[in-house]
Design a protein around this ligand. Structure first.
Ligand code: NAD
Length: 250
């Protein structure tokens, strides 16, 4: 059967949960699914901002507050959202600094929010998908999962964990009709990275490592998340798609 974009990317009637949907890549993912017919369920810790952003996500959007550092909040969210066809497991934090200047509390916070939280969310949302025999989970990893970076030790470790978690659980759940994949954005202009790319010097320094000569934008990442969630990727299981503009450690 030939590719029919309007059919492959039609998410009408599909219930799409996006975490971290109040900002950056998560917001762009939610907007793109909404533009392609999806019924959005959006969640974030910053509920006031999320409510404002959700106004642009169509009439069927449902909005939830949760805290990805809190296991009981995660369980409550999963129990509240109802059936989910596509789960974009996207919320996360970053913390930049020399490792010896990162306190144990900061390190634990990064690992909790960027690794344990997404795993618990996938555990609950995926369990319901396995029971229904259908569903797709798109985890948000990072290019740093593959090569690490000075000043990003705990974050890179957490994201590397997401890559291996994705492979492992994908193998377990594929026989039940549930696909698990991941997206690894490269440096993308969002509120998370804005402080790191604030000056001309910071921006031009970063670009030395990116052969395409520019940073990614959230919309580009969102379109890949949508493609991975669609039937265009129906035979893709456990993979992490890297979208980094050809980043190299020069
Ligand atoms: N921007 C980049 O360059 C880049 C690169 C690679 C990976 N990523 C990943 O992409 C994802 C989105 O990042 P972004 O750049 O859009 O960042 P962002 O800061 O713009 O958005 C992150 C969202 O997650 C939410 N969030 C943070 N802590 C939370 C918590 N405890 N509970 C619930 N929600 C919480 C925030 O409120 C925010 O809305 C993250 O997982 C990030 O690690 C980003």
């Amino acid at each position: 059967m030939v590719l029919n974009e309007s059919r492959e990317l039609d998410f009408t009637g599909r219930r799409v949960l996006v975490t971290g949907a109040g900002s950056g890549i998560g917001l762009a993912i939610a907007e793109n699914f909404s533009a392609h017919g999806g019924d959005l369920i959006v969640a974030d810790i910053e509920i006031d901002r999320l409510k404002i952003k959700a106004e642009g996500l169509g009439p069927n959007v449902s909005v939830y507050q949760y805290d990805q550092s809190d296991a009981s909040s995660i369980e409550k969210l999963a129990a509240s959202v109802g059936p989910v066809d596509i789960f974009c497991n996207n919320a996360g934090i970053n913390h930049v600094g020399p490792f010896l200047e990162q306190s144990p509390e900061i390190i634990q916070k990064i690992i909790t929010i960027d690794l344990i939280g997404p795993i618990l969310l996938a555990r609950y949302i995926g369990e319901a998908m396995v029971k229904r025999g259908t569903g797709v989970i798109v985890n948000t990893a990072s290019q740093l999962a593959f090569h690490g970076a000075a000043t990003r030790a705990a974050y890179a470790a957490a994201k590397a964990g997401i890559v291996q978690f994705t492979k492992s659980v994908a193998a377990e759940w594929a026989p039940y009709g549930v696909r698990v994949v991941a997206l690894a954005p490269g440096r993308t202009f969002t509120p998370m990275t804005a402080p790191l790319l604030a000056t001309d010097e910071q921006r031009s320094e970063g670009l030395k490592h990116i052969p395409v000569g520019r940073y990614g934008n959230p919309d580009e990442m969102a379109k890949l998340a949508m493609m991975l969630a669609s039937d265009m990727a129906s035979y893709v299981i456990g993979e992490t798609l890297i979208a980094d503009g050809g980043y190299v450690l020069l």
